[in-house]
Write a protein that binds this ligand. Structure first.
Ligand SMILES: *[C@@H]1O[C@H](CO)[C@@H](O)[C@H](O)[C@H]1NC(C)=O
Ligand SMILES: *[C@@H]1O[C@H](CO)[C@@H](O)[C@H](O)[C@H]1NC(C)=O
Length: 271
């Protein structure tokens, strides 16, 4: 880890502010076009970027479609502050929930696939060494024919006033359904710092899934104010739902720039 930290410290100098700024706008747009906002979150204004890296797969693009086997191992997570004014020195809670297919309201709650309290960040290094895994990472396993499920990974600020609800105060709870937003409110979690998502579909959907609108990259502020582009770096693989496909050319170049920047950190954050 000492070597990785050293590499990260050196590589950080090459991460342009503009690139991170584009990444923040891109992930906000992804959450809108995939309807994570408003299906799961009322709003999403992140102050940092996270990227998931799965062994044997590499860095996940926002919204990328995976086979469940690809995302079975616990991912490593990289994080970068949106700009130098953002401090990542607090304590955080990391969660992954299944927001189901586009348009799902999930009145009975979301399936909890990962919930860790007490995650810490020091500079660009994030650690779970003093954390409590309420639910250890459990890979997606959507029902066959149920469509492309959105697995949303979120990092919340965990203030000193945070108090885990009794039902979620013990380590090593298995996967179960809970009201995610009630958890956030009841426990006293703070700001939503960062988030990303990926999709997994098992079999062929037996019902048509609502479409979403496309990310119009030219309308992103950071793009219009940025002189360089990442054209040619559009290596994103399939995303879902289908309407997302039509938006990929705009969004994926942004996402690729973002992922490249994050990957340049060469920092595997073990969670
Ligand atoms: C830094 O990022 C935060 C979160 O995105 C934003 O609110 C703030 O305006 C930014 N500050 C500067 C100086 O760009
Ligand atoms: C910390 O991360 C490691 C590696 O993924 C994992 O094995 C361990 O269970 C995690 N511990 C907590 C408390 O999250």
């Amino acid at each position: 880890m000492i070597c990785l930290t050293l590499v990260a410290t050196l590589a950080l100098a090459h991460l342009s502010v503009a690139q991170v700024s584009v990444g923040v706008e891109a992930i906000e747009a992804h959450f809108q076009q995939s309807a994570v906002v408003p299906d799961l979150l009322a709003s999403f204004n992140p102050s940092a970027l996270i990227s998931l890296n799965f062994a044997g797969v590499g860095d996940a693009q926002p919204g990328q479609l995976f086979a469940k086997e690809q995302v079975a191992p616990t991912p490593t997570v990289t994080i970068a502050a949106a700009n130098s004014s953002v401090s990542l020195t607090g304590t955080y809670t990391l969660a992954m929930v299944d927001a189901d297919v586009v348009g799902s309201k999930l009145t009975n709650g979301q399936t909890r696939h990962w919930l860790v309290n007490g995650v810490t960040v020091s500079g660009v290094t994030l650690s779970n060494s003093s954390a409590i895994a309420i639910t250890e990472y459990a890979g997606p396993a959507p029902a066959a024919g149920s469509g492309p499920h959105r697995y949303v990974v979120l990092v919340y600020s965990q203030p000193s006033t945070f108090k885990a609800p009794t039902a979620f105060s013990q380590a090593n709870m298995g996967v179960s359904t809970f009201d995610f937003n009630a958890y956030v409110t009841d426990s006293g979690l703070g700001a939503l710092v960062a988030g990303t998502y990926f999709t997994v579909e098992e079999g062929t959907a037996t019902a048509s899934i609502s479409s979403t609108s496309a990310v119009v990259s030219s309308t992103l502020l950071a793009v219009t104010s940025q002189t360089h582009t990442d054209a040619g770096a559009t290596s994103s693989t399939g995303t879902s739902p289908s309407a997302t496909e039509s938006s990929k050319s705009g969004a994926s170049s942004l996402a690729s720039g973002f992922t490249a920047g994050i990957a340049a950190l060469a920092l595997a954050v073990l969670l």
